[in-house]
Design a protein around this ligand. Structure first.
Ligand SMILES: [Zn+2]
Ligand SMILES: [Zn+2]
Length: 145
């Protein structure tokens, strides 16, 4: 298994392609209602990417952004609806995160927490050993054992 950069990813229809040169170390499984709806699943898994380590390769004209009420911005393909990215706000400096499920292959990222579990689906409870937080990483960790 090689985990050398660059890491490529894209949407379901193939219109949108992008490349990541490096990921930031922290990644969480987010169970908040916005992430659940965005992915249509129990949780999202985004990993941070420094702005200068991310490049759109194709399909930028198909990339749409949705800004939710709290100002966070989610990026998706307007052709096939694939969830692609997250930004913590609208400013150019806002933290950029990439949906790990959109990557083509293996990536050197190991998610290290579950967050916003108080907002999670009742039909899915994570049973791994990762720390579990009711809200963000700064909330008091849930004790599940
Ligand atoms: Zn697409
Ligand atoms: Zn979330």
């Amino acid at each position: 298994m090689t985990l050398d950069a660059p890491y490529q990813g894209g949407c379901l229809c193939g219109a949108v392609r992008f490349e990541v040169l490096a990921f930031e170390s922290k990644a969480a499984h987010c169970h908040c209602s916005m992430c659940r709806r965005f992915h249509g699943s129990a949780f999202s898994t985004f990993a941070g990417v420094p702005h200068d380590k991310f490049t759109w390769l194709s399909g930028v004209s198909s990339v749409k952004e949705y800004r939710s009420e709290n100002g966070t911005v989610r990026t998706f393909c307007s052709e096939c609806g694939s969830s692609l990215g997250f930004k913590s706000g609208h400013s150019p400096n806002a933290l950029l995160e990439v949906a790990l499920g959109a990557m083509d292959g293996d990536v050197p990222v190991t998610p290290d927490a579950h967050i916003y579990l108080d907002h999670g689906a009742n039909w899915y409870q994570p049973e791994d050993d990762l720390p579990k937080y009711p809200e963000g990483r700064d909330s008091t960790e849930l004790v599940t054992k």
